[in-house]
Design a binder for this molecule. Sequence first.
Ligand SMILES: Nc1ncnc2c1ncn2[C@@H]1O[C@H](COP(=O)(O)OP(=O)(O)OP(=O)(O)O)[C@@H](O)[C@H]1O
Length: 242
Amino acid sequence: MHKASVIQFVDYSMEISNKTLLKNINLEFAENETFLVYGPRNSGKSLLLRSIVDLNNELFRNVKSSGAILFQGENIVNLEGQYLRSQISYCEPTFIDNINFLTLSEVLYLALGLKVSDITKDQFLLLEKLNLSHIFADRNTLKSYEHFDEWTIGDKISFIIFLNIARNPQVFIFDSILDHLDDFLLNNIKEFLYETKKDKTLIISTRIIKLFSDIAQKIGFIANGEILFTGDIQDFMLSFPV
Ligand SMILES: Nc1ncnc2c1ncn2[C@@H]1O[C@H](COP(=O)(O)OP(=O)(O)OP(=O)(O)O)[C@@H](O)[C@H]1O
């Protein structure tokens, strides 16, 4: 059965300061699909995934693009930024350091409009599943975790995942951020994401295919800003053994 397309790149190219960094991308992400964007360092994974939420324009000057990116059939340039980012959550490893500049209360408020005391039962269950109950169990422990420099990297990544899931978007993009977990936490989070995704779209970028080949169905292989393969992950493993 053909799954409904959620995001589609149509002949999309992008340059920054006259240097072409994404070349003629044609790619489709469907509903209820886990899609791996796989490629070496500097291959263009982040530029590609940030372009889905129109973020490169905000981060860099002299960005030009041609072709189109469609979200549910609409060109993203015609969609309101706030709406786009409520439907598609994007997170990358710089978030792990950037949240250190804020307190837990500030992050909760900025991301979810929530006070710590307003965390709901369902949200607490989510936190429990992500192994964060040792932080959120009671007010006294919470106080000692108000500053993120007291948190482990694994707990910070789990918390970033919580913030993304609690916002209930249609599409989750985890840009290389899950590569930073140890085996135990990664297995727990993969299991959790697998249960959560249902009618959602999950896009994971990685430089290490073996971490996710068990949960992904589709793969796009990118090198030097070009997609060299797109299709079933099993076919990819046979054609490009790594
Ligand atoms: N603002 C920019 N100006 C010029 N070149 C850039 C800019 N941002 C990224 N690049 C270049 O584009 C290429 C792709 O970068 P990108 O960050 O998308 O790679 P990546 O595959 O995500 O890498 P990694 O796995 O290391 O995170 C790299 O060669 C990078 O140097």
